[in-house]
Design a protein around this ligand. Structure first.
Ligand code: HEM
Ligand SMILES: *[C@@H]1O[C@H](CO)[C@@H](O)[C@H](O)[C@H]1NC(C)=O
Ligand SMILES: *[C@@H]1O[C@H](CO)[C@@H](O)[C@H](O)[C@H]1NC(C)=O
Length: 328
């Protein structure tokens, strides 16, 4: 066999091998619905835009819903399932009071998509598109969303414990839980920037105001002016329903204010504060505070990576007809 022929055969062997690998992995693709539902993204965007115009909560609620979906059983729409017995993923105490407007957004978008392309687009993909759309509507970076996720067949409250980060976590604990999902410390810091919008209930951080330690009831790392404001908004033993803006400066804009706040000792949770307190993460926080472009780019990259977590593809799972119920 001549040398050229040998090289050609080698080339084809590599190509075939690569193709087999591709099929085996059944990767997500930006144009996954190009031939089957080419308008899916504009249909979803229209529903999200209408809903966003009705209530701003659409934004934080949808973004957080995507995060929680992905960290439990992967980005597979499992968080959307409603169980008559109250034992589905969203019923877990750790669902951390997910606001109903996120669920409503996905359900409405799915109905609109079904009217055009029935049985084609997964609820998991609709949530991924909607999470990107709300970020853009609030002034954040745009990015292409990879598609082709299938909807999961498991949704159990009992599977939630220990899978989500808690507001009292330190940097090591945050890194552990994010790296388990294939995300780096830099991804984790960028995604935490989502706390530039939305609300937190007082009981998630009240320990930092009233019972931090025996010598100092207020967490000494908390900006003292901010601590006074927080105490006013969240009096001791208050109604657990009360929630406050997590970014008191620009609460309705997707910007890098979260990091600017951290630099001033205005991180709301211990987990937020730990990003600026720990010398291992501080330089990234300072970079994102000073360079909004770097933050936007890191956030977009991390959102795409988040969207790959545990994604089911090919013949796994199903395409749910109704996002709140398994097909059978
Ligand atoms: C780094 C670890 C994280 C911790 C410890 C954490 C914790 C929390 C807590 C305790 C709340 C308040 C919930 C409430 O009282 O209602 C909250 C809200 C929120 N989180 Fe996180 N989170 C983290 C990361 C993320 C990520 C990665 C995202 C999305 C990319 C995200 C998006 C949100 C949003 C948008 C809200 C506001 C929800 C609303 O207003 O309905 N968080 N988070
Ligand atoms: C979250 O879980 C609590 C119970 O822990 C439940 O009362 C609440 O309705 C759940 N939230 C959603 C949106 O399902
Ligand atoms: C505390 O926050 C205020 C703004 O609310 C800021 O002017 C001040 O510099 C901050 N203090 C520290 C120590 O960062």
């Amino acid at each position: 066999m001549g040398r050229v022929m040998e090289r050609k055969l080698g080339f084809w062997a590599v190509m075939v091998f690569a193709a087999v690998l591709e099929v085996g992995r059944a990767q997500l693709a930006e144009d996954f619905y190009g031939g089957t539902c080419p308008n899916v993204e504009s249909i979803v965007k229209q529903v999200v835009t209408t809903k966003f115009g009705q209530t701003f909560v659409t934004f934080p609620a949808t973004l957080r819903l995507f995060f929680h979906d992905c960290f439990i059983e992967g980005c597979d729409g499992s968080i959307l399932i409603t169980s008559p017995n109250g034992d589905a993923e969203k019923d877990a105490p750790d669902n951390l009071s997910l606001a109903g407007d996120g669920f409503d957004t996905v359900i409405k978008a799915k109905q609109a998509v079904e009217a055009t392309c029935p049985g084609i687009v997964s609820c998991a993909d609709i949530l991924a598109i909607a999470a990107r759309d709300v970020v853009v509507l609030a002034g954040g970076p745009s990015f292409n969303v990879e598609l082709g996720r299938r909807d999961g067949l498991i949704s159990k409250a009992s599977l939630v414990a220990g899978k989500l980060p808690e507001p009292n976590f330190d940097l090591d604990q945050l890194n552990t839980i994010f790296s388990r999902n294939g995300l780096t410390q830099s991804d984790m810091i960028a995604l935490s920037g989502a706390h530039t919008v939305g609300f937190s209930h007082c009981n998630r951080f009240a320990n930092r105001l009233y019972s931090f330690s025996s010598s100092s009831p207020v967490d000494p790392t908390l900006n003292s002016t901010y601590a006074v404001q927080l105490k006013q908004a969240c009096p001791q033993n208050v109604d657990p329903q009360i929630a406050i803006d997590m970014d008191p400066v620009t609460p309705q804009t997707f910007d890098n204010m979260y990091y600017k706040n951290l630099v001033q000792g205005m991180g709301l949770f211990t987990s937020d504060e730990s990003l600026i307190a720990d010398s291992a993460s501080k330089p990234t926080v300072q970079d994102f505070a000073n360079n909004p472009g770097n933050f936007n780019q890191a956030f977009a990259t991390a959102m795409r990576k988040l969207g790959r977590v545990g994604a089911k593809t090919g013949s796994q799972g199903e395409i749910r007809r109704d996002c709140t119920a398994f097909n059978s």
